[in-house]
Write a protein that binds this ligand. Structure first.
Ligand code: HSE
Length: 310
């Protein structure tokens, strides 16, 4: 009898969130990838890749985030079977909302379920982060951690690895705007400074600390004031056309704060769902790009759960 197919929804995530480069992340309700898999006697086979940007996604299991992460889980569990995988991308690659992270986390989570959930979720995060290391040019877990665990995640330490997840305030709305430009994470990491000044370090620690406090207490005003980045977004701003104008447009339409999502090009705006509608923020950014001859996709969404079986 053929083995049962398992379907996993792996959400988009926004990382960095101002001062928390490679540390902070939030899982989003939308968009998300769907990763399907079933046991086969041995090896990993990617039999289908579909959805936005799927032409650029390798089907060689040695280079694909889903299969690299899944293979790591199989290895850790000592599995005596392989997996056939189908990938339905909902998150375009090179977007800045954790496209490779969702693939990696979805692949790791799928293999975790097929292995009988023997690993801790932190180990699943590590297997997914291994895939990020191979495909994105750096061992960073700030997309895969929220993608697996859900909520607002903080990586306290990479060595040894420790991550915590807290529930974001229920009224924290998120608008994602994705201009039609590709920014590969490797390139976006290559433009970063190798060192930071004590002045910038002090600025980041203050803002990062207050952001965590505001997330736990539900102080949306303080969240807006604490998403600040003196180092990484300024170094990357030139990679995203009209970034500053888009952020200003969002602020003029009710955003608490607007900033570069992860390694870009997505522009993320937070808003207070209890007093605002996110649609005008999305429309204002879309209109700005249209005026400049560029397409821009938007999602009016919120903070979500981690990978889940659907
Ligand atoms: N923290 C990573 C970066 C996220 O900014 O490079 C990549 O999506």
């Amino acid at each position: 009898m053929a083995e049962e197919w398992i379907r996993i929804a792996a959400p988009a995530t926004t990382s960095n969130i101002g001062a928390g480069f490679d540390i902070f992340g939030i899982s989003l309700e939308e968009p998300y990838d769907v990763i399907e898999g079933r046991k086969i006697p041995s090896g990993i086979v990617i039999s289908e890749v579909s959805g936005p940007g799927s032409d650029s996604i390798p089907t060689d299991p040695e280079s694909n985030s889903v299969s690299i992460a899944a293979a790591e889980v199989l290895k850790r569990c000592g599995a005596d079977f392989g997996i056939e995988i189908k990938i339905k991308k909902g998150i375009r690659p090179c977007s800045g909302i954790g496209s490779s992270g969702a693939s990696a986390a979805g692949g790791a989570f799928l293999a975790h379920i097929l292995c009988g959930e023997k690993l801790s979720l932190t180990e699943v995060v590590l297997c997914a982060a291994h895939a990020e290391d191979v495909t994105s040019g750096g061992f960073h877990a700030d997309n895969v951690a929220p993608c697996v665990l859900g909520g607002f995640t903080i990586i306290r330490s990479y060595e040894p690895f420790e991550v915590v997840s807290i529930k974001p305030p229920k009224d924290l709305g998120v608008v994602v705007a994705m201009p039609d430009v590709l920014v590969p994470t490797k390139e976006s990491r290559a433009v970063l400074p190798k060192e930071v000044s004590v002045k910038d370090l002090v600025f980041h620690v203050g803002n990062a600390s207050c952001l965590v406090y505001a997330m736990t207490t539900g102080d949306l005003g303080l969240i807006g004031r604490s998403v600040k980045d003196a180092v990484f977004e300024p170094a990357r701003a030139h990679l995203v056309p009209h970034l500053k104008e888009a952020e200003s447009a969002a602020m003029s339409h009710g955003a608490l704060v607007s900033f570069l999502g992860g390694s870009g090009p997505c522009i993320i705006s937070f808003y207070d769902k209890s007093s605002h509608d996110g649609a005008p923020i999305a429309e204002s950014i879309k209109a700005l790009y249209a005026e400049n001859g560029m397409k821009c996709d938007t999602w009016v969404t919120g903070c979500g759960s981690g990978c889940r079986r659907i």
